[in-house]
Design a binder for this molecule. Structure first.
Ligand code: HEM
Length: 89
């Protein structure tokens, strides 16, 4: 469902702007909580998880510069973001 081409063209490409309106506000998206499933057995920790991830991301973005690798002159090497599972550091 999260890779539905009719809703998310080119779904495996990292295009976060796809979720924004022309004025920069978030588009309504009824699948944004898909990770927590739905129905009677949906995740009971979803609000806690959502707010925790938001708080961590806000702190990381406030104190960090997130850059790609730098060459020997300190110039950022362009990267093509690709999806993979797990965490890469
Ligand atoms: C990003 C974090 C999380 C994700 C992606 C996630 C995802 C899920 C999913 C997919 C289910 C299964 C729903 C189903 O069977 O239809 C589930 C169930 C559940 N989750 Fe989470 N969860 C997260 C965090 C948490 C946290 C932080 C808690 C508790 C503090 C929690 C407690 C539970 C419980 C108790 C269930 C079982 C609900 C039931 O069977 O009635 N989850 N979660």
């Amino acid at each position: 469902m999260a890779h539905d081409e009719s809703r998310y063209p080119n779904p495996h490409t990292f295009i976060p702007e796809r979720f924004l309106d022309d004025d920069g506000s978030l588009k309504p998206d009824d699948t944004q909580h898909l990770a927590f499933r739905f129905g009677r057995r949906m995740c009971v920790g979803r609000h806690f998880a959502d707010t925790s991830v938001w708080a961590v991301m806000a702190k990381v973005l406030a104190i960090s510069d997130i850059l790609g690798p730098l060459d020997e002159n300190g110039v950022e090497i362009p990267m093509e973001p690709r999806f993979s599972t797990g965490i890469a550091v």
